[in-house]
Design a protein around this ligand. Sequence first.
Ligand SMILES: NC(=O)c1ccc[n+]([C@@H]2O[C@H](COP(=O)([O-])OP(=O)(O)OC[C@H]3O[C@@H](n4cnc5c(N)ncnc54)[C@H](O)[C@@H]3O)[C@@H](O)[C@H]2O)c1
Length: 316
Amino acid sequence: MKVLANDGISQSGINVLQDAGFEVNTTTVAQEQLVNYINENAIDVILVRSATTVRKELIDACPGIKIIGRGGVGMDNIDVDYARKKGINVINTPAASSHSVAELVFAHLFGLARYLHNANRDMPLEGDSRFKDLKKAYAKGTELKGKTIGIFGFGRIGQATAKVAIGAGMNVIAYDPFIEKADLELSFFDGQKLNFNIKTISKEDVLKQSDFITLHVPAQKDYVIGKSEFEMMRDGVILVNAARGGVIDEIALVESISSGKVARAALDVFEKEPQPEIQLLMNPALSLTPHTGAATNEAQDRIGTELASQIIDILK
Ligand SMILES: NC(=O)c1ccc[n+]([C@@H]2O[C@H](COP(=O)([O-])OP(=O)(O)OC[C@H]3O[C@@H](n4cnc5c(N)ncnc54)[C@H](O)[C@@H]3O)[C@@H](O)[C@H]2O)c1
């Protein structure tokens, strides 16, 4: 059996597959050459992350494919229903990266609260000539402890983010039209466990009460945060989008930064990937990462080994 991991797979995943007798190919084949490559090399399993797309045309043109696997959560780059109707197994690893994304959210939040995104840009250029000016410019930081974080989308990543927030001493509120409440168990280094029961509240209440807002919703037709949602937020709110490009209206975001409604924000995902708008890239109020929410060694290991064991379960 042959597996093509077109967007890569962790060594731990390769090891599990090879031990089970699979041949694993990690060549990155260009999208337009993928059909030929799959057919010529008799590939049984195609694994992708977010870069490679597996659309209807590819599915029709590659009848040998038995499994399509997505390392990670969203499967918007795969025609899932179509593939399943044709009897192909479509698998993913929905929980593997939740904690990594939650930690990236907090990397941005701690950074934004203390202007690290600006200081890291300015210090290499002016750290020796304008040290005192920079010290003054970044003197008005805030602590996260005791502040309210509003979580939009209280699924896997939203809940993982809530746990980190609780650990940081924050007050957690959440909005999710499909989840009424969640039981969160926090495990500590010494074996202690603490349980928190969080009931979701209305969208309006989350918008009005939050000092910090973070988005963990799936891609959808309309913006989840657009002009009217920005208007309801507290003045000086700090916002993070590590969900999907297109869940936040980027133009409304830039306008809300200009008006002072939004103090600062972080984006890990963009409406236009891989070429985000230059107005975002150059905006000093934004802390930016190139869609690296799930990009930790730990998450990639979990993704690789979870995909491998699902493939083995299906094909062996
Ligand atoms: N930045 C990254 O690298 C990265 C990595 C992994 C996942 N993600 C993205 O994170 C998002 C969340 O992933 P997850 O695993 O937590 O998914 P999930 O399905 O577990 O949770 C999403 C939650 O959002 C809720 N929701 C849907 N529409 C909503 C709305 N309009 N308002 C509020 N809540 C709404 C759903 O009810 C669900 O509970 C997805 O968009 C996923 O693609 C990003």
